[in-house]
Ligand binder design. Sequence first.
Ligand code: MRU
Length: 339
Amino acid sequence: MIAPIRWAGDRLVLLDQRRLPLEEKEQECADWRQVADAIRTLAVRGAPAIGVAAAFGVALAARESRATVFDDFLADLEVALKGLAATRPTAVNLFWALERMRRVCLEHHALSPDQLNARLLAEALAIQDEDVAANRAMGEHGARLVPDRARILTHCNTGALATAGYGTALGVVRAAHSRGRLDLLWVNETRPVLQGARLTAWECAKEGIPHRVISDVAAAALMARGQVDLVITGADRIAANGDTANKIGTYGLAVLANHHGIPFYVAAPFSTIDPALASGALIPIEERDASEVRRVGSQLIAPEASPVYNPAFDVTPAALITAIITERGVYRPPFAFSR
Ligand code: MRU
C-alpha cells in the first residue's frame, strides 16, 4: 500500500507530493515547523493527510519542549498548535486533529512531560490508523453504489496520498475495482496544481486501475455522450446541511452531473464534517499564490504581469449531492449527520 506519511522513531517522513510523478522522494520533518511548511507548500496535501501530518507535528512539538511543568509544556504546545492551524484554512480535518491532540494533552495534565510526549505520539499514531480503517469502511459502503462495468469520473486526488492510506473517493474506486466493477476511471487533470494528472494517475498506474486522464474541460462532453455513469469526489469540509467544499472545479462537475442525470457522490470521513457550520457559505475558502495559475510546473503560460485569481476550493450545494459516503454508512438528503 502507498504510505505517504511515516513515523520514523524521532521524525516524520513524508512522500513529497510536489515532486510526483517525476520523482519518488521523501521529505523528513524533524520539528513541527517543518511539518507546517510541508503542509503549506503541498508536500503533504488532501484533507485527511493534512490532519494526520499535523497531529504528528504536535507530537514533534511535544518532543521539542524543554518544559518541566505542565503549564510551560502546554504553552509550548499552543505555539505549535497555532502555527500548524495557520497553514491552510479550508480542510477541517486539520483543526479536528489539532483539537483532538490539544484535548488529549489537557486530559493528561497530571502526567510528566516525558509521559505526555509518549501519550501524544500514541494519539497521532491512532489518528493515522483510524484514518486507514475509515477509508476501508468507506470503500465497502461506496462500492455497493457502483454498478457493473462502471465508468467513474473523479476530480483531484483523494487516494492513498491524500489520506493515511487507501483513500476516500479513490478508496471507493479501489474497492469497486477489486470487486471487478470498474470499467474505467476518468481522471480530471485538476488545474491549477494538477493533483489528478500527477497524483491520481500515478496511484492508478502503480496499482493497475484502468484510467484515462482528461483535461478538466472535457468532462461535459463525456457526460453528454453517455460515457460517465457516476461522479465521485472527496471533501475538505462538509457543513451541517451537507454543503461540501472540495477542490476548485468540483461544483462545476456537480452541476454537470445533475444536468445529465448522473449520480454525484462525495466520500469523506466524519472528521471532514463541521457541525459548527450551518451551511457552506460559512466555509473559509483558501486563495493560493498566483504562480499556480500563471505557470504549469515551472513553465510560464500567462504574462507574468497578468493579475490572477486562484481560489483553491469551491462549495457544492447539498441539493446537487446524491449521497455522502462516510465510514459509518451512506447519508442521503436531507443530510442529518449524527455524531
Ligand atoms: O489542495 P489539496 O490538494 O489539499 O486539495 C485536496 C482536495 O480537494 C481533496 O479532494 C480533499 O482534500 C479530499 S482528500 C481525501
